[in-house]
Design a protein around this ligand. Structure first.
Ligand code: NAD
Length: 484
């Protein structure tokens, strides 16, 4: 397998690359080969401090520009991303071995920038009459100033786009903290911000682990945190944010139900269930359809088609454009996922139909786990209730619509749900009853800049995308002008 173009670590603060840091280093391993990729300098409290100060300076410069200029600069940035899509996609492969066939991650970054550039010169506020007077009552929305964006390693470019684009469009500067596990594409994006002409420091990129992340959350110069990651980290972030009462958005994990009704197009449902399930980023996606609920009358027919799609998938080198299924992120993740599988077998949570093992042969050095399907799974089992974050899905049977909705909602998560049906009334009826931030009917989790994305229950709160995503980066001010 060929290794990366140029994998540069080093923070990006105020337009300068900084290799000497106080947060130690991280030895980045390429998951497809198990070989070291690069040594990543990590931000400690000192660099976070420097990044926040530089971002405040850049924020003032940003706000001193006309809205037309800010809009045009964001469009220039989208153009720069467009011209470098291939490089960004390749760097993202080296971030976490996501197959290059999933290069849509980089394209989505560009689309988020173009979408939110369009908001810069549009009205952000309103005015209303007030009771008993002719006063002018303005309701304005203004930027927070400097916001912290903390991203996970998976889908890192999409999350970068969905958070940084609206933050900048709203007038903020951003301290972007990518995971130390996936810093390459984010750092290149930071460079593109400078190359496109944005004020140096408007987007500072500070790869860090828990220590640097915590320093960012606790920093008194950070006015809002947008956190995407796991629920246990989110709890720590919320506790640290309490120090300065910093507002936080949380985009967390899921255990999404995918309901296949008896009137569904079974070929399409099987294709979607496989690619939205164990195959998509090897199941390492917040939107993974990890619980497949199938009507009893089509259960066997569906399973046959579902397993055939999985069987036909190409597994291998993530840089090969035909490959759809790559490794999981690390040795530790592989061990954890294999343990989940072993435990599910020993608990008799369901019947292991395919997969369950680590791949050998020429893929043995990488962290490849076979796409794994359990059938007849008990929804109360740990297998069905815990986010596995690997290529493992549970299939279960239901007998009527009410039972499908009950099982789907019997989860502490509420990020996505999927419905496969050709009955329009049923689609709407069921979608309304599902406890999830997004319901996708007969389609993949095709995240778009226009649609608000986020969860309910323990999948988090707040939204990215669309006007709601923009409003996460604006605070409201009421200005009343007395008329004498
Ligand atoms: P994680 O929670 O381990 O890490 C997320 C980020 O938080 C990383 O940048 C990490 O360095 C940082 N971090 C770790 N400890 C911290 C601390 N104490 N203070 C501040 N920051 C800290 O998650 P991960 O393994 O990187 O990502 C996987 C998780 O993210 C999964 O649960 C997945 O479902 C979720 N996710 C959600 C979405 C969404 O949009 N809802 C998108 C992608 C991933």
């Amino acid at each position: 397998m060929t290794l990366a173009p140029t994998l540069s670590g080093g923070l990006l603060i105020g337009g300068d690359r900084i290799a000497e840091t106080s947060g130690g280093t991280h030895s980045h391993i390429y998951p497809a080969t198990g070989q070291p990729n690069a040594v990543i300098p990590l931000a400690g409290a000192a660099e976070i401090d420097r990044a926040v100060a530089s971002a405040w300076q850049a924020h003032r410069e940003w706000m001193s520009l006309t809205v037309d200029r800010r809009r045009d600069l964001l469009i220039d940035l989208a153009d720069a991303v467009h011209e470098n899509l291939d490089e960004l996609a390749r760097l993202n492969v080296h971030d976490y071995a996501v197959p290059i066939s999933f290069a849509g991650n980089a394209i989505l970054l560009e689309r988020f920038l173009r979408h939110f550039a369009g908001y810069v010169d549009k009205p952000q506020g309103t005015s209303t009459p007030v009771t008993g007077s002719f006063d002018i009552n303005l309701i304005e929305r203004e930027p927070y100033g400097v916001v912290g964006v903390i991203t996970p390693w998976n889908g890192s470019l999409v999350v970068t786009g969905s958070c940084v684009a609206p933050a900048l469009a709203a007038g903020n500067a951003v301290v972007l903290k990518p995971s130390e596990v996936a810093p390459f594409a984010a750092l290149r994006f930071g460079e593109l911000c400078v190359e496109a002409g944005l004020p140096a420091g408007l987007v500072n990129v500070v790869p860090a682990g828990a220590e640097g992340g915590d320093a960012l959350v606790r920093h008194s110069g950070i006015r809002k945190i947008h956190f995407t990651g796991g629920e246990s980290t989110a709890r720590k972030v919320l506790q640290s944010a309490a120090v300065n009462l910093t507002p936080v958005v949380t985009e967390l994990g899921g255990k999404s139900a995918n309901i296949v009704f008896d009137d569904a197009d079974l070929d399409a449902a099987a294709m979607l269930s496989a690619h939205q399930g164990p195959l998509m980023q090897s199941g390492q996606s917040c939107a993974c359809a990890s619980r497949v609920l199938v009507h009893e009358s089509v259960y066997d027919a569906f399973l046959e088609k579902f397993l055939a799609v999985i069987e036909a998938s190409t597994i291998g080198d993530p840089l090969d454009s035909l490959v759809v299924f790559g490794p999981v992120i690390s040795q530790a993740a592989a061990d954890r996922i294999l343990n989940v599988i072993e435990q599910a077998v020993s608990d008799r949570s369901g019947e292991l139909l395919v997969g369950g093992r680590r791949l050998g042969g020429e893929l043995a050095d990488g962290y490849y786990i076979q796409p794994t399907v359990f059938a007849g799974v008990d929804n109360a089992s740990a297998l069905a209730q815990t986010e596995t974050f690997g290529p493992v899905v549970s299939v279960m049977k239901f007998s009527d619509e009410a039972e499908a909705v009950r099982i789907a909602n019997d989860s502490r998560y509420g990020l996505n749900a999927f419905v496969q049906t050709n009955d329009l009334s049923r689609a709407h009826r069921v979608a309304r009853q599902l406890e999830a931030g997004s319901v996708w009917v007969n389609t993949f989790s095709d995240i778009s800049p226009q649609g608000p994305y986020g969860g309910c229950k323990q999948s988090g709160f707040g939204r990215t995308g669309g006007l709601e995503g923009l409003h996460e980066f604006l605070q409201t001010k009421n200005i009343r002008v007395g008329m004498r």
